[in-house]
Design a protein around this ligand. Sequence first.
Ligand SMILES: Nc1ncnc2c1ncn2[C@@H]1O[C@H](COP(=O)(O)OP(=O)(O)OP(=O)(O)O)[C@@H](O)[C@H]1O
Ligand SMILES: [Mg+2]
Length: 335
Amino acid sequence: MSIPPPNQPEHPAASAGSAAANLEHVRIATPENHEGDEPDRAPRTRAERARARAKERAESGIGPTGRPLREIPEPPPLERHGPAKVLAMCNQKGGVGKTTSTINLGAALAECGRRVLLVDFDPQGALSVGLGIQPHELDQTVYNVIMERSVQIGDVLRKTRVDGVDLLPSNIDLSAAEVQLVAEVGREHTLLRVLRPVMNDYDYVLVDCQPSLGLLTVNALTAADGVIIPLECEFFSLRGVALLIDTIEKVQERLNPKLDITGILATMYDPRTLHSKEVMARVVEAFGDTVFDTVINRTVRFPETTVAGEPITTWAPKSAGATAYRALAREVIAR
Ligand SMILES: Nc1ncnc2c1ncn2[C@@H]1O[C@H](COP(=O)(O)OP(=O)(O)OP(=O)(O)O)[C@@H](O)[C@H]1O
Ligand SMILES: [Mg+2]
C-alpha cells in the first residue's frame, strides 16, 4: 500500500458541517462496545438503545468505518519464525493509544503464534509499566543498547508474562539519547543497527514511539517496514496527521525507501456520540482503505489493564477490547 497524499482538511472545523451532513449516509455499527450480555427486555436507557442500534447495524454487515464488514481469515500457523516485520506505532499527538495498542496488538499477535518483540522507545516507559515492569528499577534499558557499544540487545531484552512476547524496556535515561545521538555518525539508523541481531528471532517488532517527531521517532521510522498510526476519534486529532505523513514521506525518500503506512487505527471510538461518527467519517474520507476495519472503542477496561500490568487479552480475555485487538492482529497479518 502506498502512502496516500496528505489530503487532510486544512482546518477540521472548516468542513464540520458538510461532514455532519454526510453522516446521514454513514451507517455505524459496532459489536465491540458490548461489555456484557444485553438484558432480555426492550432497551430502556440511552446506552442500551445505542447498543441495540449498533447490534442491528452490525447484523446488516456494515462496520464502524461505514464500510461492509470483511471476514478476515484466521492466520495460518508459521513453520518457522523471522525475519521480523518492524512496525512503528507512531503519532506525535499524546494519549491517542499508541502504547495501549502496542501492548495489546503484540499480545494478540502472540496468540496467533507469532513471536513478538515490543520496543519501548519512549522515555516515559509506559509500555514497560503496562507490562508490569518498573522502569526506574532497571539498570540497563534500550538507552544503554543504543548508546554503549559494549551492551548487546540480548543483555537487556526480557521476557514478559505473556507467552511469546519479549520487551526491550526503557526509562527516563532514554531522554538523553535524543541529544546525544545528534553527534553520532549514522544517527538515524541507530535503532535499526541495534535490532539487526535479533531480527530472525521474531515475526513482529512493534516500536512504541514517544509523542514527538524528534530523532527517536525518526529512528523508529528508519528501522520500520510499516507505520501504524493510532488516531483518537476526536476532531483535534486530525490536525497533526498531515505533518506526521509529511515526516513519514521524508523518511521514506531520504532514509528508508521500504517504509509504508500499514494502517490507521481509529481508537477511543464512542458509538453513542455523533462526534465520534463524524470524525470517523472524515478519517475514512481522507484515508480510505488505509484505515483498518477494526476500530477500538473507548472503554475503561484499558486504563484498568495498565494498573494490572498486563494486556487486555489476558486480563479480560472475553471483553470487547480483547476481541477488537485480536481482529486487528488478523488484519495486520493479512496486510
Ligand atoms: N480505547 C481506549 N478507551 C479508553 N481509554 C483508553 C483507550 N486506549 C487507551 N486508553 C487510555 O488512554 C490513556 C492514553 O493511552 P496510551 O498511553 O496508550 O496513549 P499514547 O498515545 O501511548 O500516549 P503518549 O503519547 O503519552 O505515549 C491511557 O490512560 C490509556 O489507558
Ligand atoms: Mg505512549
